[in-house]
Design a protein around this ligand. Structure first.
Ligand SMILES: CC(C)(COP(=O)(O)OP(=O)(O)OC[C@H]1O[C@@H](n2cnc3c(N)ncnc32)[C@H](O)[C@@H]1OP(=O)(O)O)[C@@H](O)C(=O)NCCC(=O)NCCS
Length: 165
């Protein structure tokens, strides 16, 4: 296990994505083959964690989205205006290379994503994620995310609760 420090930055052309392996083929393939096109089309932004050897150790993507008000839990709806939807930021993907798992990098990238979502001037009520399996659900719940009542693999975290600015 490495005890490297990581630097978080926007994905750039010089970053080596070829060897990235988080254990999930769709997430590996997305970074290798698809993300560049999504960035060019402005449907996703991608941020990477670089190891001290400049390897891509992890990545995540962010994009604007909206949540249908009536999909949220009743206790949340009560605190919101009666608009049909509320604005949100979607973290479409989050993955850590197998070699770097369990070192706090997934949590650090989630924190970095929340920080970016909170500091933008464009309002968003929450961060939203679609967890790919039960382990991912557990990861997000561990970090305070709340599941939508009728689609438990979609979870949200109100950005007003993010405290570490
Ligand atoms: C989920 C994933 C991003 C976690 O990354 P990681 O770097 O190993 O996690 P970290 O070391 O940063 O863990 C941060 C915290 O989350 C907890 N955690 C990690 N994985 C967890 C899980 N599956 N369930 C519950 N808690 C979990 C850790 O115990 C740690 O807790 P602490 O801060 O209280 O000590 C990583 O395992 C991964 O890339 N998985 C494959 C892709 C994936 O499932 N992505 C999720 C989005 S669909």
């Amino acid at each position: 296990m490495s005890s490297a420090a990581f630097s978080l930055t926007t994905l750039g052309a010089a970053h080596d994505r070829a060897t990235f392996n988080c254990g999930s083929d769709p997430l590996n393939r997305y970074l290798r083959e698809q993300v560049g096109q999504d960035i060019r089309r402005r449907v996703a932004a991608c941020f990477v964690a670089l190891s001290d050897e400049r390897r891509v150790a992890g990545y995540y993507t962010l994009a604007s989205t909206s949540l249908i008000l009536t999909d949220l839990p009743a206790a949340t709806i009560k605190k919101l205006p009666r608009y049909p939807t509320v604005p949100a930021v979607r973290m479409g993907r989050l993955a850590v290379d197998r070699e770097f798992k369990g070192q706090g990098l997934g949590g650090a990238m989630l924190g970095d994503a929340l920080h970016r979502a909170v500091r933008t001037e464009i309002a968003a009520f929450a961060m939203v994620v679609d967890a790919k399996d039960e382990s991912a659900v557990a990861f997000y719940r561990h970090h305070g995310f709340i599941a939508l009542p009728d689609s438990p693999r979609t979870l949200f975290l109100p950005l007003a609760t993010v405290r570490y600015l």
